[in-house]
Design a protein. Structure first.
Lengths: 112, 113
């Protein structure tokens, strides 16, 4: 079993829909949770960062962490075709020297 | 003003050749990384390096070696290239702990023929 599980998709939704992307993990020591967005032929870019549990909102994006369930989510409201990309979750903890552990990435397609 | 820059963007070479990929960051970060991304988009850490420590992923063949002339540069040398080395290689950097996330370069697409 991988430390971080993420459905590779593709996930295809119509423009304007609310998108939910998820990752589950097995290591309860993880404290830092991140979402990266990767456009085709580009490097991953940090989209959202959360420490420990709770929610964080930035514009149309909301990141949620539920440490009791070992589950993190990224919600995208009013999705746009420009949101079409691969979304990767990543997490780390102090004990493992903050080495990022990555999900496999979910390919998201927003249809106009 | 590019934060993490890699050169070249594309590299096509024959099996058995030796090649290098260069990386530079202007963010003042103290830790730099090399990642390999395969065709299924999975990111695999190869090396992390700061002034004090080089951490090598034990699954990386010793044909791959990082070289850091200074804190802002981390180059990747690959000897005796094999077909299986074909992938996209990303350089990244972070503050020492990396707990606030990494900044990635745009990648080098390596094709070994």
């Amino acid at each position: 079993q991988k430390e971080v599980e993420q459905d590779p998709g593709p996930l295809s939704v119509p423009e304007g829909a609310i998108v939910s992307l998820n990752c589950t993990y097995s290591n309860s020591a993880f404290q830092y949770f991140m979402w990266y967005r990767q456009y085709s032929r580009k490097g991953p870019e940090l989209l959202m960062y959360t420490y420990s549990s709770g929610n964080k909102e930035d514009g149309r994006f909301t990141a949620q962490v539920d440490k009791s369930s070992k589950y993190i989510s990224l919600f995208i409201r009013d999705s746009q075709p420009s949101d079409s990309a691969t979304y990767l979750c990543a997490m780390s903890d102090e004990d493992s020297n903050y080495q990022l552990i990555w999900g496999a990435g979910t390919k998201l397609i927003i249809k106009p | 003003d590019t934060a993490v820059s890699q050169t070249p963007k594309y590299l096509v070479t024959q099996m058995g050749n030796d090649k290098s990929i260069k990386c530079e960051q202007n963010l003042g970060h103290d830790t730099m990384y090399w990642y390999k991304q395969d065709s299924k988009k999975f990111l695999k850490i190869m090396f992390s390096y700061n002034n004090k420590e080089l951490i090598i992923n034990e699954t990386v063949p010793n044909r791959f070696s990082p070289k850091s002339p200074d804190k802002a540069h981390l180059n990747l040398h690959i000897n005796s290239l094999e077909l299986g080395d074909s992938a996209v290689y990303f350089c990244a950097s972070s503050h020492l702990t990396g707990s606030y996330g990494y900044t990635f370069g745009s990648g080098t697409r390596l094709t070994v023929v």
